[in-house]
Design a protein around this ligand. Structure first.
Ligand code: HEM
Length: 108
């Protein structure tokens, strides 16, 4: 059963464009991983500061495998490397992982 993993990233107003730019530069980093079904980067259209990375996986195991894989490390490496560098530090001030499963819905 598909599982939904959402990384909710708090981005101070004004830094969103930079976040979107960084995602665009790394959008393919997760592609092709076993069980990966897709993701969207959602930008707030109200005054909230939480951007959502909504990812879908075939099952919990697929997500956990990606989390501990070189692919995840590589996709996030530059952010970690840049930590401490004032000019290019992560744009997020906070992030939290939300875990969901589909409980209902419709398409079309
Ligand atoms: C639910 C799965 C995910 C988790 C748990 C996760 C984890 C994190 C965390 C903790 C941060 C904030 C720390 C930081 O800025 O370095 C972050 C930022 C980021 N993540 Fe992820 N992430 C996930 C999915 C993804 C995906 C699918 C991509 C794209 C392939 C991605 C690319 C990025 C980028 C570009 C940033 C911004 C880093 C920056 O500010 O320079 N993440 N992620």
């Amino acid at each position: 059963m598909t599982v939904i993993k959402i990384n909710a990233i708090t981005v101070p107003a004004g830094s969103g464009d930079e976040l979107a730019h960084r995602f665009a530069a790394r959008a393919g980093a997760v592609d092709g991983n076993p069980g990966f079904e897709g993701f969207e980067l959602l930008k707030p259209t109200d005054d909230r500061e939480q951007w959502l990375v909504v990812t879908r996986w075939k099952d919990e195991e697929s997500f956990q495998s990606w989390l501990s894989s070189p692919s995840f490390a590589e996709g996030h490496r530059s952010a970690a490397e840049r930590a401490g560098d004032e000019a290019t530090k992560p744009v997020s001030s906070h992030s939290e992982l939300w875990s969901y499963e589909i409980a209902g819905g419709s398409a079309g």
